[in-house]
Design a protein around this ligand. Structure first.
Ligand code: SAH
Ligand code: SF4
Length: 394
């Protein structure tokens, strides 16, 4: 957990970073959980419940400056400000709007940081959530205004090097902190005036990066989003390329804060998977499936296998038969989400034909595998799966 930088010698919050006096770093409150905020307040000689007031203000009311947090006494706000503390919520710097309503955002995680992260808002989802337990709750669906999905990034770039993915071209630039991950969500909820609890929003951790290679910050962000922001983990899905130690850790998370799990399968067998996802050489399909079996699923919960259809490479009918066998043999309650590959500059694959996509879907369905087709969202603004960070050079 992130610890606030305070001394306990005085009732003053003292930033430990000596740079600050010379105009250096500021102290960000956004990203600290209730306990950390309470500790911060106690150290400042304030009652612990002031921490709850701060959490309420930042995560529920979505206030973005200390000045606005009027539940705190003015003198305290001034003192915090003078000592270099600020809310420091990630900011949306730029918005790209698609003709289909999708919006892609460049989000600045930390003040002055030139490396932005990308977040996507899909007002109608992309069909990936179809067939999930709970989503079939028709009564709720009727009531809610929104059924949007927010696609969240966990790293700047990615180290995994999947051959079909544009984000891979960046390499790993850096991990995001918990506040930077949760902040993408809160900033987007704020932009759209979403009333948490009344409106239905799905989160998918499927933006830039591999969440299970930034495990601590990813799960800290999930806990903030569940416990402080009030979102349900049953409406969150984390996707992994199959990082086995991460999946094993994830299996130990309590159900109250554990999102649903999606595995990027993307190939019908180890030979092809190792070609398109070199990470398969380290953790082949069987090892991934074994780790996934350790997750204690909630009632009606299913594992999602994502499957990117690459023209001529993974989209043949015999591949569909292999995928069906693989899913059946896993013994897992599972569904398959098909994604037609989205092109990107400098990537040599081809898109599957519409006929091949449909034939693949029908073949899986005929084998009794629940299968859904994800609609590409925001292709025109490079917001679709695997297209994030178009701004990559070279
Ligand atoms: N790193 C994680 C989550 C982010 S990628 C993972 O790989 O699972 C989210 C999904 O987008 C993955 O299923 C990935 O296989 C898919 N994807 C990547 N590049 C794509 C592309 N160009 N077209 C379609 N889907 C893509
Ligand atoms: Fe990383 Fe996921 Fe892209 Fe693979 S598909 S390079 S794991 S972001």
């Amino acid at each position: 957990m992130l610890g606030p930088a305070v001394t306990t010698r005085s009732n003053q919050l003292v930033p430990l970073d000596s740079n600050f006096a010379s105009g250096g770093s500021l102290r960000q409150l956004f990203g600290l959980d209730n306990a950390a905020l309470a500790a911060c307040m106690l150290a400042a000689g304030e009652p612990a419940w002031r921490g709850c007031q701060m959490a309420e203000a930042m995560y529920r009311q979505r206030l973005t400056s200390l000045d606005e947090i009027t539940t705190l006494p003015k003198a305290l706000r001034q003192r915090l400000g003078a000592e270099g503390w600020q809310v420091g919520r990630p900011r949306i710097l730029q918005v790209f709007k698609s003709t289909d309503g999708t919006e892609r955002y460049l989000v600045q995680g930390q003040p002055m940081d030139p490396q932005t992260v990308e977040t996507v808002w899909m007002p109608e989802g992309d069909g990936g959530e179809a067939g999930d337990s709970g989503d079939a709750d028709a009564a709720e669906e009727g009531k809610s205004r929104t059924r949007a999905t927010i696609c969240v990034s966990s790293q700047v770039g990615c180290a995994v090097n999947c051959q079909f993915c544009l984000t891979a071209k960046l390499g790993l630039q850096r991990n995001l902190g918990a506040g930077e991950i949760a902040g993408q969500v809160v900033a987007v909820l704020d932009r759209h005036g979403v009333e948490v609890g009344r409106e239905r929003v799905n989160l998918v951790f499927m933006g830039m990066g591999e969440p299970f290679l930034n495990y601590e910050s990813f799960m800290a962000a999930v806990r903030l989003l569940v416990e402080e922001v009030g979102l349900s983990p049953q409406r969150m899905t984390v996707s992994t390329s199959g990082i086995v130690p991460g999946i094993e850790r994830f299996a130990q998370e309590p159900p109250e804060v554990r999102p649903k799990l999606a595995i990027s399968l993307n190939a019908p067998n180890n030979a092809i998977r190792s070609e398109v996802m070199p990470v398969n050489r380290k953790w082949p399909i069987e090892a991934v499936v074994d780790a996934v079996r350790q997750v204690r699923l909630r009632s009606r919960e299913r594992i999602t296998f994502e499957y990117v259809l690459l023209g001529g490479v993974t989209d043949r009918l015999e591949h569909a038969a292999e995928v069906a066998r693989l899913v059946r043999r896993s013994g897992l309650p599972a569904k398959v989400n098909l994604i037609a590959w989205n092109p990107g500059p400098g990537i040599e694959y081809t898109m599957p034909s519409a006929g091949a996509v449909e034939a693949f879907r029908v073949a899986l369905a005929a084998e009794g595998v629940p299968v859904y087709l994800r609609k590409p969202r925001g292709r025109d603004i490079f917001a679709a799966c695997g297209q994030l960070k178009r701004t990559v050079e070279g």
